[in-house]
Design a binder for this molecule. Structure first.
Ligand code: F6P
Length: 328
């Protein structure tokens, strides 16, 4: 039987990403619009276990649409992976009168939500938030577009030094298991080579490409590497390898790190967050559960959470070819 939803809890979990605040704002205001209550849960599932909650009205989310990070804070809760932890969480949601949960995060966060639902039949809706863009069922996760723009901006700056000093820069970008950031920012910033986890291009090809680039008259180069690249060497070992094999290159390394995760969300991420928050709340009100809201062909869609977790978000292989052609 469909449960009458009168109070929705919202949490952010896993790595923060720009646009999470805009999504919280959207969830809170959509609840208010439909005349139901909303509860903010601090520090993801850990806050659920500890009962760290706050009632959120529409004015509690003023001036956050433009802010990076998450006002609800985030955590990766080990305790929620235990049945005892989830029992404590369930006791707390019952005590607080919550009828459903919106989880903003990545696949680990969705797995937690799904297990919680299977044990307690508690309605859960996911909003994909991670800069990695590695979630099946959406072309864009919250924060990905902002991170791309941040990375391109950084590489543009690095290029000034690369070209002034005729240097080769290895730039490491985030993406533990996915090359979306490396591939797209690499093309956007005009990288010579792009190394991603999905494709092992091999060290020989890298050396060949760098030799070709030198021979074609290029005086500086940028190679973008995803942190999860499978070439078998980290970015500093790659520098040593190129130093040893191509001494004509003056090589430097730049690891962009967490600066890619911060900052004001792009307009795209703010609009996406607003659309996904509305759909998440309204889907719960329609009695739906265990789904992730996402964007496919610019339409807001629903994908079973299980598929979102198990499915693979493929990189666009055509982009590898585009990158090759651009470096001619
Ligand atoms: O999943 C997002 C992400 O930023 C990855 O790209 C990166 O590998 C990881 O989080 C870093 O996590 P942490 O901030 O916990 O070190």
């Amino acid at each position: 039987m469909q449960k009458n939803i009168k109070k929705i809890g919202v949490l952010t979990s896993g790595g923060d990403s720009p646009g999470m605040n805009a999504a919280i704002r959207s969830v809170v205001r959509t609840c208010a619009y439909h005349g139901i209550e909303c509860v903010g849960i601090y520090r993801g599932y850990q806050g659920l276990i500890e009962g760290d909650f706050k009632e959120m009205g529409p004015r509690s989310v003023n001036n956050i649409v433009n802010k990076g990070g998450t006002i609800l804070k985030s955590a990766r809760s080990a305790e929620f992976r235990t049945a005892e932890g989830r029992k404590k969480a369930y006791d707390n949601v019952v005590k607080a009168g919550m009828d459903a949960l919106v989880v903003i995060g990545g696949d680990g966060s969705f797995t937690g939500g799904l297990v919680f639902n299977s044990e307690y039949n508690f309605p859960v809706m996911g909003i994909p938030g991670t800069i990695d863009n590695d979630i099946f069922g959406t072309s864009h996760t919250l924060g990905y577009d902002t991170a791309l723009n941040t990375v391109v901006d950084c590489i543009d700056k690095i290029r000034d030094t690369a070209s002034s000093h005729n240097r080769l820069f290895f730039v490491e970008v985030m993406g533990r298991d996915a090359g979306h950031i490396a591939l797209n920012a690499g093309i956007g910033a005009g990288a010579e080579e792009i190394l991603i986890p999905e494709e092992n291009l091999g060290l020989d090809r890298l050396l060949e490409s760098l030799k070709k680039s030198k021979a074609s008259g290029k005086s500086s180069s940028i190679v973008v590497i995803a942190e999860g690249d499978k070439i078998g060497k980290n970015v500093f070992e790659l520098k040593d390898y190129v130093d040893a094999n191509l001494p004509e290159y003056d090589v430097r390394v730049s690891v962009l790190g967490h600066m890619q995760r911060g900052g004001a969300p792009s307009c795209f991420d703010r609009v996406l967050a607003s659309r996904l928050g509305v759909k998440a709340v309204e889907s719960l009100l329609e009695g739906k559960s265990n789904l992730m809201v996402g964007l496919l062909e610019d339409k807001v869609t629903l994908t079973p959470l299980e598929q979102a977790i198990k499915g693979k978000s493929e990189i666009d292989r055509d982009l590898l070819r585009v990158s090759d052609i651009m470096t001619t």
